[in-house]
Design a protein around this ligand. Structure first.
Ligand code: COA
Length: 319
């Protein structure tokens, strides 16, 4: 039995192509000012033809493995969180296994939309703590631009593409201190892609969102979950060094930071350059702040996310 899991390395990858707010002004009736003021987004990265979710995942995974100083064949569990898999099946996790030249162990996808990475990290932590697995590759990878309606100004300005990954290993000390997951399908209509092969229709598989209602639910739910996470660990707000939030909207992030009494210098914000990359946003933000030296070993981080379903959750980590 392993007692804990801890993050051994992080990695991320963004496709080269960048779409700025100014360029969006040519596509839909919007303005750079509106997008920046309402969302904090200035630009986002987009995949080009031929780039896929598993390809982005591979680039991020290789960087995370290098940071952990591990070879792909030292992994014994692979979980990919994604809403935009390359294919209906095989899972993106299996495609990634093949790309990395490894196999013979459990690999599967998790679908919890923007909360996907929090779900995946939580599942990997439980596998490792149970003692059945020792080293997990956990990836969030998305090509959201492929399910965005580029004629809908209310949604197309929000999303971007990218991938982030962590390598999680068994450890004597935490590591992951606690994970908290939840969902409520009663809200399924507020944020959805109302299309799918199982319904016999795949045409126009685009994101539909009742933005204002989603916004209000996200702020109240995330405020509640950070309180629950602190209470479950008998910690106070001042014990948190970093907030690494899902990057949907700067106003949602500011509201959660305020709830934690955290100054914005202690919040990792990448929404300006990445947009909302769904399940990739937290590992992208984490890797950014690890690589630029802001997040240091021994510090306490809270990751939190809210997304379609609705799904929501948090992970408390001693990095
Ligand atoms: N450019 C210019 N105007 C726009 C616009 C755009 N891209 N998108 C919407 N508008 C307009 C609307 O048509 C509306 O106009 P009206 O007042 O004439 O009807 C006005 O701006 C306000 O729209 P509203 O939707 O009320 O704005 P908002 O302040 O709620 O901001 C979001 C919209 C999408 C940025 C915000 O609701 C949001 O971030 N929602 C949650 C996103 C999220 O967290 N996703 C879930 C987790 S993944």
């Amino acid at each position: 039995m392993n007692r804990y899991s801890r993050i051994l390395g992080t990695g991320s990858y963004l496709p080269e192509k960048v779409l700025t707010n100014r360029e969006l002004e040519d596509l839909v009736d919007t303005s750079d000012q509106w997008i920046r003021e309402r969302t904090g987004i200035r630009e986002r990265h987009l995949v080009s033809e031929g780039e896929t979710c598993s390809g982005l995942a591979e680039a991020a995974a290789r960087r995370a493995l290098a940071a952990a100083e591990l070879e792909p064949d030292q992994i014994d569990l692979l979980i990919v969180a994604t809403t935009t898999p390359d294919q209906v099946f095989p899972s993106t996790a299996c495609l990634l296994q093949h790309r990395l030249g490894i196999g013979g162990f459990a690999a599967f996808d998790i679908q919890a939309v923007c909360t996907g990475f929090v779900y995946a990290l939580s599942v990997a932590d439980k596998f490792i703590r149970s003692g059945t697995h020792r080293c997990a590759l956990v990836v969030g990878s998305e090509t959201m631009s492929r399910i965005v309606n580029w004629q809908d100004r209310a949604t197309c300005v929000l999303f971007g593409d990218g991938a982030g990954a962590v390598v999680l290993g068994a450890a004597e000390e935490p590591g992951i201190l606690s994970t908290h997951l939840s969902a409520d399908g009663a809200y399924k209509d507020l944020l959805q892609v109302p299309s799918g092969v199982g319904m016999g229709r795949c045409e126009d598989p685009y994101i539909e969102m009742r933005g204002n209602e989603v916004f209000r639910m996200a702020v109240t739910t995330l405020g509640r979950i950070v309180d629950e996470t602190l209470a479950a660990n008998r910690l106070s707000k001042s014990d948190i060094d970093w907030l690494v939030p899902h990057q949907a909207n700067i106003r949602i992030i500011r509201a959660t930071a305020k709830k934690l009494n955290l100054p914005m210098e202690r919040v990792v914000v990448t929404v300006g350059e990445h947009g909302n990359t769904s399940s990739a946003s937290i590992p992208l933000a984490l890797d950014t702040a690890v690589r630029d030296g802001r997040i240091q070993r021994g510090e306490t981080l809270i990751m939190e996310a809210f997304g379609g379903g609705f799904t929501w959750g948090s992970v408390l980590v001693r990095y």
